[in-house]
Design a protein around this ligand. Sequence first.
Ligand SMILES: Cc1ncc(COP(=O)(O)O)c(C=O)c1O
Length: 434
Amino acid sequence: MTGDEIVRLCRRHTLFEWSVQTSIDPIPIARADGIYFWTPEGQRFLDFNSQLMSVNIGHGDPRVVEAIAAQAQLLAGAAPSMATEPRARLGAKLAEITPGDIEVFFFTNGGAEANENAMRIARVVTGRHKILARYRSYHGGTAGALTATGDPRRWASEPGIPGIVHVLDPYHGVARGWESSEEALARLEEIIELEGPHTIAAFILETVTGTNGILIPPDGYLAGVRALCDKHGILLIADEVMAGFGRTGAWFAVDHWHVVPDLLTMAKGLTSAYVPLGAVGMRREIADHFERRPFPGGLTYSSHPVACAAALAAIRVLEEDNLVEHARRMGTVMAECHADLARHPSVGAVRNIGLFGAIELVRDRATREPMAPFNGTAPEMAALNAFFRREGLYTVVRWNYFFTNPPLCITEPQLREACAIIDRGLDITDRAVR
Ligand SMILES: Cc1ncc(COP(=O)(O)O)c(C=O)c1O
């Protein structure tokens, strides 16, 4: 099929996520390799968002493709009540690479279900019902995960599930910036007191916030959250669906701050999106709760053998190619490129940790008014998006910012090539600056 035919039929018979259907303009994608993908007509794109921050190892790695094919030939499906070798091996492997004594895993189809199960486990284990979550967050598109989500994707599904309480983040947008860890923690503790600590089962947070702007917590924040949770018997759920598997230059983002959460959710980089798989990992003590009581969750495709085999192979690629370390080194190059791009008058803030980055744009240097309002668009952001597309750079432009999240296998020249395109694109937004 031609690209136009694919787009026409997809639009006629399928729905695209979170969008007014007439406002979208999907890219037809036919094949992919490494950091690039191609349309059926052969237009090449440098994938500067790893699709949805998910193809961590890069596209089309034969080691993963072959593992999927081999497992499909041997045993393509199994009931979740069966014990399979890929499930056994993946559980053991994840116990090895996740922090502290997180060593038991429940497998899901993706990130939302991982968070859904994490929140339910926290409620069952603590006997409490409230869940704290942050406003600048996304936790998935199912009922509980979407209620925990703080960003506007929640609004259409409200009132959602009972018992979720939102708290403010240390970050308050490009105009107001960051508050200190101490201020953020004092505010959090006040909310915990006001809500009643004995009613709160868990605090769920993205260790490094993803779609809401790559928000890297100030030093001391996560350790402070851990201490507050310990003080009040609240479980800490780290949502590492986007930040995990080397994205930040560590296996998991919590590793940067040496914090061990009680539950850790993952998806995306777990299989590098070659097939769908998510998981919630838990500390031994939490898993022990279910030794003599039923575990209250299940899914037909939980622990799917093909997905587990894909995850094992994708993790092996991260290890064999030393991609976690490589992401850390390339993160330094990205920080350099970002710092250089910051000379543009429209650049209001740049952030990255490893290959997890974002650039925020402003239209006024003095007031730092964002180039597009919260949850809104602006013609300049649309023009920048169109420029990237014309130049063959794929990334997501959202509100007043855009992402810099390539596959972890990107080389330094490729990274500089992408930054050179961004450099030229920013001339468009510079023209709007007062
Ligand atoms: C931090 C975070 N949590 C959860 C999810 C939901 O994952 P999924 O779309 O696999 O359900 C996402 C998806 O983007 C995410 O970024």
